[in-house]
Design a protein around this ligand. Sequence first.
Ligand code: HAM
Length: 421
Amino acid sequence: MNIQVPKGTKDTLPNQIYKWQYVEGVIKNICKKFNIKEIRTPVFEYTELFCRGVGDGTDIVQKEMYTFTDKGNRSITLRPEGTAGIVRSFIENNLEQELLPQKLYYILPMYRYENIQKGRYREFTQFGVEILGSKDVLADYQSIDIVNKLFKELELNDIELQINSIGCPECRTKYIDKLKEYLNERYDSLCTTCRTRYTSNTLRIFDCKESKCKSIIADAPKITDNLCDECNKDFEKLKEILTFNNIEYVVNPILVRGLDYYTKTVFEFVSNNIGSQGTICGGGRYDKLIETCGGKDTPAVGFAMGMDRLILEIDQQKIDIIELSNVDLYIGNFDNSTDKIISKLADGLRNRGYIIETNLMGRAVKAQMKYADKINAKYSCIIGQDEMLKGKVNIRNMQDATNNEVDIDIFEIAKILERGI
Ligand code: HAM
């Protein structure tokens, strides 16, 4: 039987994982500077959370969830996104009683049953940040600032920040009535999906890729012209602070995002380098979600970034993440007779922080030297009976082939690893 990885999933092998580890390190460092704490929530939740949180009418809930009934007859869903689970945890663990805002980040796998293509998988990883408890636009700005800083530190260019405001429930309801009035006159020209969306989720018409719908949308009234005073003031403030901090953006009046929980600010970072799935990051404010999920009326804002797409972008922009040569010393043997001393020496050097590799394959000396070369060991040595009798071993610099004979002694060998031959 030839078992393969399930469709839409992938292995991340050691020859790729160092990039992930590097990026995760940069992310963790940035989160630290913003005083954002890590949170880990379960891979699966009760299905109802996503129906209520993400929204019954969304593509995620309608088509993409991995849902099953467990042995206790409960409906369980593998998380398709991180926000709903964090909101559930915020409420359940009474984080709303603690100092606000709660600033939380996660790097976790998500699951969506999607049509797969480059940059779109069924198992993918998101780095997300959620700022719970602040209604200030400064929190919206901070979310964007974090992503911007990450791209800068990774030396990524050409990723466009698009922003929009989809208003609060009050001004959005009025706007949707106006939009429906406009669309009603053109209803017969809309595609079948848009006709369904007309009643179920009118704003999602903006996501249609059909050219006839696109031209209708282009002339539709814009939500940013129909915001209430407060939403308008907030959106203007966000634009001002972005400009003041030299963060470039474009206002995309048809950016609405595919999840139901958003209010006011929404944003995406979009790249043209990685194909049709170019949205590397998406987020926005969700002031009503905590209340919808049974908590107190608490404003919040956040984003999630597709790590898989971020790595694709890093590869596409040819950002060189160097895999450091890790192994400090390869300690080889002639036969098994020196195994005990080698294991003791390796242990002592590892305790001092060095990365040590030994002969686990019973290779002959020549093959061991080739192996030490292939694993980029900085130094190598072979300890056999002769070396044991003399009490000395020859340490070889694998780069320039210089040698130095030292006592078989952890301290003496460590000196060479530290200072060179
Ligand atoms: P989202 O737009 O559904 O938002 O996903 C965020 C990001 O996850 C996308 O921009 C994309 O980079 C990545 N992503 C989504 N689906 C896939 C997939 N099938 N394969 C690979 N990458 C994918 C959310 O999930 C919200 N929870 C974001 C948020 C947090 N809003 C506020 N807080």
